[in-house]
Design a protein around this ligand. Structure first.
Ligand code: V47
Ligand code: SF4
Length: 364
């Protein structure tokens, strides 16, 4: 059976649901690594991408309070925060760059995600986008998960399409992949009963794709789900991608167990590598698989590059979501560190913009 799967993948054929499950059940991770590397190299050669970006969380106040989330707070609770638009603009100023090389080249992307604030009107988010564009016209804005976009559509009483078009008009260029978690209804109702369904998440993404907005996709793994739930999740993403082609990258998110109601343990390095490899093989219509180093740690992320990943996400600078839940990684990485990690894995460091266009940078 494994030989048959290998032959199929080498011939460029798609693996079935049962075969995807079988891949997850394989103990020989080197077999998976070889197969995934074949697919990755066919798509991206030896290139491994990274971007100079900065994460910003406008607020951690959230009405959903997902049971795995250690970042969110209720209004008035200790540790709750709300940023003003001025504070967001200040965080994007060049004076805050950390490495010598970063000082020469500004951020290329801002990644904005936060809680579902009970009082902020839709106009606050639109104003945030406009002010960022006004102050930093060159900066690409990747903002708001499908969960936040659904919420904005509800508070503004606009349709999903109208909400997305308003965000786009004010400067939104790309949508991050968060909030997907695990699509299975039963698991989802135990993890995050208040969150939109998996179906609605897919509907938001489909609407965005049809309006010409590219998005990413994620999957939160290593908590209470099993391999069948992961396969089901991946196949739903693959189906949507067949219909729209609007996903850029898939980012498996490794569950962190601290400070939340679900608890449990960190995923193992073997499971992390396996999940990267199986995703690379199953999602044959995705161009990029991202090893999000904030969650995987610097060293497992580097190993992921020989297990099918072709992207390391970005410099990040400030990270609160995973660090609230016990992340063991640093909060930021310099371009020099990316280059070192990628070269030592035998790959070619490739600095990119938000749309995976290669960019030339000073000194590198
Ligand atoms: O949506 C929350 C997850 C996501 C925990 O699209 C947790 O470019 C692990 O989506 N353990 C936010 N994960 C991060 C995210 C992301 C990151 C980098 C790049 C992109 C992109 C997207 O983090 C949330 C949720 O799924 N999360 N709590 C936790 N305890
Ligand atoms: Fe709110 Fe997102 Fe945390 Fe859920 S994961 S509680 S939606 S911030």
């Amino acid at each position: 059976m494994l030989r048959r799967i290998k032959e199929k993948v080498l011939a460029g054929e798609r693996v079935s649901k049962d075969e995807a499950l079988e891949l997850f059940e394989i103990e020989d991770i080197f077999f998976l690594g070889d197969l995934a590397s074949h697919v990755a190299e066919k798509k991206n050669g030896k290139n491994v991408f990274f971007i100079r970006n900065r994460h910003i969380n406008p607020t951690n106040i959230c009405i959903n309070r997902c049971r795995f989330c250690a970042f969110s707070r209720s209004k008035g609770e200790e540790g709750a925060f709300e940023l003003t638009i001025d504070e967001i603009i200040k965080k994007l100023q060049p004076s805050r760059y950390t490495s010598d090389v970063s000082r020469l080249t500004p951020y290329r992307e801002v990644h904005i995600v936060g809680g579902l604030h009970p009082d902020w009107p839709f106009e606050y988010y639109l104003n945030m986008l406009s002010m960022i564009k006004k102050n930093f016209p060159e900066l690409h804005i990747k903002a708001f998960t499908a969960v936040e976009i659904d919420y904005m559509s509800r508070i503004s009483c606009l349709s999903l399409g109208e909400t997305l078009l308003a965000l786009k008009r004010h400067g939104l260029e790309l949508i991050p992949g968060g909030g997907a978690e695990i699509f299975d209804d039963k698991i989802r109702s135990r993890l995050c009963p208040e969150k939109i369904s998996g179906e609605r998440w897919l509907e938001v993404m489909e609407t965005a794709h049809r309006l010409g907005i590219k998005t990413n996709a994620t999957m939160l793994y290593g908590h209470i789900e099993n391999y069948k739930h992961r396969v089901d999740h991946l196949l739903k993403l693959r189906d949507l991608q067949d219909r729209t082609g609007g996903f850029q990258a898939f980012i498996p998110l490794s569950y962190h167990p601290k400070g939340n109601e679900i608890g449990g343990s960190y995923s193992s390095g073997i499971d992390d590598l396996k999940t990267i490899s199986v995703s690379r093989v199953v999602l044959d219509n995705f161009d990029h698989i991202t090893a999000y180093w904030i969650m995987l740690g610097e060293k497992i992320s580097q190993l992921s590059l020989i297990f099918g990943a072709d992207d390391l996400s970005g410099t990040v600078i400030e990270e609160r979501i995973t660090h609230s839940a016990g992340a063991l990684s640093a909060e930021s990485m310099t371009p020099e560190q990316f280059i070192y990690l990628i070269r030592m894995a035998g790959k070619v460091p490739t600095e990119r913009d938000s749309f995976y266009r290669q960019v030339k940078s000073e000194k590198l």
